[in-house]
Design a protein around this ligand. Sequence first.
Ligand SMILES: NC(=O)c1ccc[n+]([C@@H]2O[C@H](COP(=O)([O-])OP(=O)(O)OC[C@H]3O[C@@H](n4cnc5c(N)ncnc54)[C@H](O)[C@@H]3O)[C@@H](O)[C@H]2O)c1
Length: 290
Amino acid sequence: MMLYDDLALETQFEYGSDRRDMRDMKLQDKVAIVTGGASGIGFGIARRFIAEGAQVMLADVNAAGAEERAGELGDHCAWTQADLSGEAGAESMLRAIVERFGRLDIAINAAGIGTLAPIVNQTAEQWDAVVGLNLRGVFLSTKHEARQLIAQGEGGVIVNIASINARQPSEGMSAYCCSKAGVEMFTQVAAMELAEHGIRVTAIGPGIVDTPLAAPLVAIDAIREEFLENIPAGRIGTPDDIASAALFLVSDEAAWVSGTTLFVDGAELTKRYPQLLHRFAELAQGESQG
Ligand SMILES: NC(=O)c1ccc[n+]([C@@H]2O[C@H](COP(=O)([O-])OP(=O)(O)OC[C@H]3O[C@@H](n4cnc5c(N)ncnc54)[C@H](O)[C@@H]3O)[C@@H](O)[C@H]2O)c1
């Protein structure tokens, strides 16, 4: 005879073509927030978490994009508009998730921007915008996510999206590289402080991933080729590659993983970053001569 619980477990969860048995789901009943969830890596992580049984809120400054992407992911997905470079945005994001889902278990801090400018031409405003979201924003999001998790008293997991540029310098990307190096250190400090509350804090350092953020670089043949020459695994990454790592880090399989940055990059970090300023200078020279 089949018991009631067995019947419930037999229920199939359907997400797009990804049909899974609830017993196999790694995040059943978990509630996750994904900042920057309206695009690229954040969206890829949100999609994977929902396929694994989670309820997910996308938090993004781009309201139209977040609404559209949440619609694609169905009933298990909600969205909220928040500018996560400021404290008001982080506070409102936490209010929104608690109002909608009643709690928080997992936070993915993926909202980020980049800029390309040589130091001698870079404005203070450009620097502040990049560091203000990528580093200050990660601090503010973590602060309010951790307060919620501490108040609930059942632990939780926070994953910050850093970059190989936390360790690998790139000419023209001083603000970005420094912001990501800061995220790596911030993750270590947060892991120390929050361990007593059962909260794990980790980071992922992606290599180059095919998203709208990277599109202006990889769309240029010479730059794409230089990336590929410097990725031993022979291909550019996908949001799904990063989602797989995020799923591991938030799962119980990673119960003793905290304070670390997991680089997911096809071994790109073993090589060197493309010489972007040189490449753009060559392109500009070619155009002026042509
Ligand atoms: N794509 C890559 O090659 C790559 C590599 C390493 C690290 N990363 C990091 O991954 C993260 C996601 O990048 P992506 O490639 O998916 O970029 P993306 O541009 O596709 O997505 C970033 C999202 O952040 C949102 N956002 C921008 N400013 C915001 C703000 N002030 N408040 C809230 N949301 C804001 C955008 O609206 C967008 O939806 C970033 O932190 C980025 O630095 C990306």
